[in-house]
Design a protein around this ligand. Sequence first.
Ligand code: MGD
Ligand code: MGD
Ligand code: MO
Length: 806
Amino acid sequence: MSHQSGHDNEKSGAPGEISRRRFIQVSSVLSAVPFLASESIASAPADPAHIPVHQTDDGVRIVPTCSSFDCGGKCDIRAHIKDGKAIRITTRPDAELNEEMPIMRACVRGRGYRKFIYHPDRLKYPMKRVGKRGEGRFDRISWEEATSLIAAEWQRISDKYGPASRFVSLSTGVTGGIFSGANMLRRLFNLTGGFLENYHSVSNGNTMAATPYTYGTAASGSTLDTLENTPLVILWGHNPNETIFGHSNHYFQKMKKNGTKFIVVDPRYSDTASSLADQWIPLLPTTDNAMMDAMMYVIVTENLHDQAFIDKYTLGFSEDQMPESVADNESLVAYLTGRKDGMAKTPEWAEKITKVPADTIRQLAREYATTKPAVLMQGWGPQRHICGERSARGATLLATITGNVGVRGGWAAGYGMALNPELRKTIAGPVLFDNPVKAKINITNQVQACEDKNLVTPDNGLKNADKLDTEIKMIFSMAGNYMTNQNTDILHAASVLEDESKVEFIVCSDLYLTPSAKYADLLLPETSFLERWNIGGTWSYGDYLILSEKAIEPEFERRTDYDWLCEVAEKLGVRDAFTEGHETDRDWIEFLVNDAAQKRPEDNIPTFDELLVKRRHLLTHRPHTQNVAFEQNIQDPENNPFPTPSGKIEIFSKHLYDMHNPEIPALSHYVPATEGPEDSLTAKYPLQLITWKGRNRANSTQFANPWLQEVQRQELWINPADAADRGVSDGEKVKVHNDRGITMIPVKITQRIMPGVVALQAGAWWQPDSNGIDQGGCANVLTSSRSTALAHGNAHQTLLVEVEKA
Ligand SMILES: Nc1nc2c(c(=O)[nH]1)N[C@H]1C(S)=C(S)[C@@H](COP(=O)(O)OP(=O)(O)OC[C@H]3O[C@@H](n4cnc5c(=O)[nH]c(N)nc54)[C@H](O)[C@@H]3O)O[C@H]1N2
Ligand SMILES: Nc1nc2c(c(=O)[nH]1)N[C@H]1C(S)=C(S)[C@@H](COP(=O)(O)OP(=O)(O)OC[C@H]3O[C@@H](n4cnc5c(=O)[nH]c(N)nc54)[C@H](O)[C@@H]3O)O[C@H]1N2
Ligand SMILES: [Mo]
């Protein structure tokens, strides 16, 4: 039996397999606090976690809760409920900051939830497709008709093609909790024969696959409170001001006030650069490794590396530190100095590739190597590139040769989440049962598996099988917009979905008629997080869980996914096994919390009734803080070898060497990327396009929220020089295109993007006009489905385009 919760599509097949959001952890801080039996008025509670429900004199009930979106934070949401309606959303006052549990104040997204929940466009009734697939024409039907149709198609398709024809499309709209419709669907699938699973995290799967080649595990992050006294932080393609990443902003702001210097390396002058950075270093996308190589060249040739650290803990630095049966001149030093290929990796060499001035590189290298300790922390934007595995691992080499691994205040780079299983106890989600279908596809092959089963092979990531026995014939998208919008190369994806002879039945559960929902045969209106129960947990930098309460009743005919799944289970004859007596989402949450509380009394997990009063709980075991990744491996290497083949930090990976794949070299170094700045395709499409996760939505969630559309408009960032070359002026609509697609969008001419690069915020809805041309600035009509060398992962960020006057 498998216990799973949270981000289940977001799994990695990497060595040291982990997922950042699969577990909610619970622990032991608040033991002896007497719990109140009823709701009470807030008054500076003795228990720092206790934020009670507040009832005002004029009949407003203020419910502390959280959303289950996937934006990286579980912020303090206070829903003001009057007469069954959410009339206002507020958040924690500054004065209530609790250093033990620094729950964040809600940002614009959180404050804007009412417009998301009460928008007139929100789906109200179950609907059945009437037009062609993708046209977006639907008729209202009854729930009885909807669940009967699902049960009938479920049976028919399973009988005809087998359970491996059933698929759950990637969905992150409900991931921040222990309970989701997608997971309950998986449970029902498994009870009735199973389904075709997928693996690989589109968020961070490339770094998850690559980081273990250096350290033996991807869990390379420390808790952020260990950085309190760090003098220098380089944020490399990391934009937590917008992407949140647990408690990052809380700690970074504190560090900034204490004098920590921040440097941001990003082709874009991000909001993090503008709010935090002392220096911004723009570089061309996909050239990160060239800059890293040149930094290492400076460090080694100027003798700034930590030789003692390298001698004791690492493999592959110099020729005398190589594993057996490797040719000469394969070490890091041989590569950097050009002994291998005749090219010294000087800052001048890197300047031509990256467009970063050689002196800037030289200065950054010296500063990083001579400041002790120092942090080089990577976001996941750079690894969502075709070369993402190389850049993820490249930074681990820099951290290693400067001795920043396993030391307090340093940072090991790579994946970078704080995960110490020893410290963690969990409230797991409902049991999903074993999946009888063993074959698993990489998420990058979702479309191919619908198109033609022979397109999916072990070479491109098929696991546990030599071939697929059937195409995907039935898709459920449960809180996802990935069937089209968020996937790569969506015009191709759409053409496959349009063909009703391929996938025969598509169900979509959402709150809105999204571009993916248009491809549904059956469209189901779900409740929102304010209309159901859950337990929210942070990404792994955070340490608390929050009760997400059903604060308002669903309106119209909206239902939780669990509710209609129970009805489908009934029609399939497995209702009792499916529910195990838990009739509602609340029953499940109550059961899971109480079960965990009872099984681990030593962890002081609150009971459900206690949580109803207390609302939040600090998660991990004490000491939940001050956890330095690899500290034991460094302090006592004899007893704690690194979990790599050699037991050392592997600068050089023999495993990668033996793969003989130039895309994923044994040393992680620069290799020009396909559709990068050195590709001959630049003659036709000279601009690199990148996307970023902006502050006014979580991926495409809340795209239609009018308040949030005011926060930041969808526009193409372009440098004044590139705009001038093309004769376009600010605000003018342009045509952005390549061989895969076209999008029309106004430009924002700005120095915030470097020359040669244009940027679009990710997650805009695809809005094809009558000619099929996108009028919405959806980057994924342009992105490529090409996959990475090691993880077979997604590369949403690597593409070339041209921009023209419309
Ligand atoms: N507000 C908000 N927050 C979110 C989300 C959201 O949609 N909105 N999404 C959430 C999700 S699902 C995830 S997975 C995370 C993702 O978090 P990330 O993947 O870290 O976020 P991105 O914005 O994709 O990328 C971070 C930065 O990388 C830069 N970048 C792009 N290409 C390169 C490159 O080649 N080199 C370098 N050095 N930098 C580059 C981008 O300009 C961007 O500023 O964020 C989460 N948080
Ligand atoms: N170009 C480009 N594309 C990208 C990325 C990128 O960096 N660049 N990033 C990728 C990444 S990291 C990710 S994680 C994916 C995310 O891609 P998706 O998982 O598709 O995430 P969303 O686009 O947010 O879609 C979630 C959907 O769930 C719906 N929803 C919200 N709440 C609920 C609910 O309570 N119930 C139901 N039933 N539905 C709900 C929302 O309305 C929304 O339509 O996008 C990927 N796509
Ligand atoms: Mo993501």
